[in-house]
Design a protein around this ligand. Structure first.
Ligand code: GCB
Length: 592
């Protein structure tokens, strides 16, 4: 799914602004048809942002169910004759959209874009009313899964993960136009042969006119380096400048639809020429072993919640550069496309994760103190859930397939992984991901409850991904015991002959809490614990990467385990360094 862009044949308007907003705690809006007029009792909220933390009101922060957004958009007169599209970069977790009185699109899943062709529902030169209902409920059939309880205080959402269930219109909303005959999709796969690069391309077009396809590859200075005609083909670039970690060199692939001399539509796709391959226990980018240094992150900030914000994005990337990170995982859901584009341009490596987190009812049942059916079973995560998961993977790959920064798909975080049922659930999803994208490896992050010998899912993946908390959740405070256990486990996994990525390790740490004898929760302990992990990683050659959990402290619902959120950040929630940031920096600057 192509991002809207401005160009000679296209124009876009960003609808980010203050929108009218109404909570709907009794689910009245859908039956009363709130889209037919102005929203009742509305107030203003910013788009994009989570609505969750905007107001000092429990009814907003803890709201479960529908919320309504509305705005008025002026459709430019100059767009007459064009195809006009309304696009939401995300709505968490599902949405229905109306333009004036007409329903134009519904979408399930909170982290991927969706759009509607609204050409027949708007009149250029006039305004249209856009109304969106966004539902933040989770269930066994949503991704991520969770449940909603009815308590004395009303509905309560219980996600099966630790991060806050932020909701709303989290990313930009666009109205854009294209010609009636237009470039609908472009797929590129790149290769390297000696000093030459190849770009296999495939263009999907739509619309009534007969057109020819012309593609041109331009280097970063705008110099044409290759050209071809036809909807698919291979471009060859002699003396290619590859995209590589640390250097996000990008070409532009310009796709023109032409009819005689006329350019009917034109779309420009940035392309990084690089390869990804697994060889034994090595993770190769452009044929060279790559070692992941970085973090699991969250899209999370005070007040704006999960709302995308360029200011924070640039700052986070700057801090990752300062500390010497070269990569991160989009834990635990696809991030805004702006983030991937930034990573493309700056040579930062990304593990792209679908919003499958909390698929382990044995563990969740313990936390929530209740009995659940078996995780993967007809009354729990069933065929419908699996199809929702499959669709989320389809949408993730469709959106992100062309990003050179993305080198690995992560299709779940810490699912139940030691049962026959988990294999039956995941086998088709691994196969689907590979069918959609045969060029990138696939993995899923394993949890300590299913160690080597018990786990059955890592055998399906290309990279062993391990989340480990020895010294914290296990052997709490006992680093010598933790070191032994970690070493033994990594050595066991190394016998699989696959690269091992430690996709999470970390300790909750209250910034400003100190002790001479490193005690859990202090800054000193976090430093000692991370350094212990690093010693072990250096002794196991199959380890190809270390992603500290987490880049920064982040918001969670209250619980006996959380003191004002999850405190495993190396930075605080407002991005101040803890002592560990300097320790990690010393190591990563050396590994650079
Ligand atoms: C995990 C999860 C992560 C949590 C983390 C923790 O294993 O993957 O989402 O935040 O543990 O700190 O509890």
């Amino acid at each position: 799914m192509l991002r809207p862009q401005d160009g000679p044949t296209r124009e876009r308007r960003r609808l980010d602004a203050l929108w009218a907003f109404t909570l709907d705690p009794t689910d009245a809006g859908r039956s009363e048809g709130w889209w037919r007029g102005r929203l009742p009792d509305s107030r203003e909220v910013p788009v994009p942002a989570s609505f969750t933390d905007l107001f000092p009101e429990r009814s907003v922060r803890d709201h479960v169910g529908d919320v309504w957004y509305q705005t008025t958009v002026l459709v430019p007169r100059g767009w007459a004759g064009s195809r006009i599209v309304l696009r939401f970069d995300s709505a968490t977790h599902r949405a229905v959209v109306w333009v004036d009185d007409v329903e134009v699109v519904a979408h399930e899943g909170g982290f991927t874009p969706f759009e509607a062709d609204v050409t027949d529902h708007v009149r250029p030169g006039t305004s249209a009313r856009v109304t969106v209902v966004v539902d933040n409920r989770v269930s066994f059939q949503s991704l991520p899964p969770g449940l909603v309880d009815d308590g004395p205080q009303g509905r309560q959402v219980k996600p099966f993960h630790d991060f806050t269930n932020y909701a709303g219109l989290h990313r930009p909303v666009w109205l854009y136009c294209t010609p009636r005959t237009y470039v609908d999709d472009v797929t590129v796969v790149t290769g390297l042969e000696g000093t030459a690069g190849t770009v296999d391309y495939e263009v999907a077009l739509a619309g009534p006119d007969e057109v020819d396809v012309r593609v041109t590859l331009l280097d970063a200075e705008g110099v044409e380096v290759a050209q071809d005609t036809g909807a698919s083909g291979t471009l060859r670039v002699d003396d290619v400048r590859p995209w590589r970690p640390g250097e996000g060199y990008l070409y532009d692939l310009r796709v023109d639809l032409v009819s005689g001399d006329e350019v009917v539509d034109s779309y420009v796709l940035p392309v990084g020429v690089r390869t990804v391959r697994i060889k034994g226990t090595e993770f190769l980018i452009n044929g060279e072993p790559f070692y992941f240094r970085g973090f699991g992150k969250h899209e999370d900030a005070p007040v704006r919640g999960r709302g995308h914000d360029d200011v924070l994005m640039v700052h986070d990337f700057a801090l990752m550069d300062w500390i010497g990170a070269n990569s991160f995982r989009t834990s635990h859901y696809p991030y805004a496309e702006e983030v991937l584009e930034y990573a493309d341009r700056h040579g930062v490596v990304v593990i792209d994760e679908v919003a499958a987190v909390g698929q382990n009812f044995g563990m969740i049942g313990g936390f929530l103190q209740r009995q659940f059916p078996p995780t993967f079973s007809p009354d729990a995560l069933n065929d419908v859930s699996q199809e929702v998961h499959a669709q989320a993977i389809r949408e993730l790959v469709a959106r992100d397939k062309n990003h050179p920064s993305v080198v690995l798909w992560s299709i779940s975080n810490e699912p139940e992984s030691d049962t026959e049922a988990s294999v039956a659930y995941f086998e088709p999803l691994f196969a689907l991901t590979r069918e959609l994208d045969p060029t990138r490896p696939v993995g899923s992050a394993n949890m300590v409850g299913a160690p080597h010998g018990k786990d059955r899912l890592q055998a399906l993946g290309d990279v062993v991904m391990l989340n480990r908390y020895y010294g914290w959740a296990i052997n709490t405070g006992d680093l010598p015991a933790a070191e032994k256990a970690l070493q033994a486990e990594l050595e066991a996994w190394a016998t699989e002959g696959k690269p091992i990525l430690v996709s999470e390790y970390g300790a909750d740490t209250l910034a400003g809490l100190h002790s001479i004898l490193a005690e859990p929760w202090t800054e000193e302990f976090q430093v000692e614990m991370l350094e212990m992990y690093h010693r072990v990683f250096d002794r196991v050659s199959a380890v190809v990467g270390e992603h500290v959990w987490n880049f920064a402290d982040f918001s969670t619902p209250s619980s006996p385990f959380r003191v004002g959120g999850n405190r495993k950040g190396v930075f605080t929630r407002d991005r101040k360094p803890k002592a560990s940031a300097f320790a990690v920096r010393r190591r990563w600057q050396q590994l650079r």
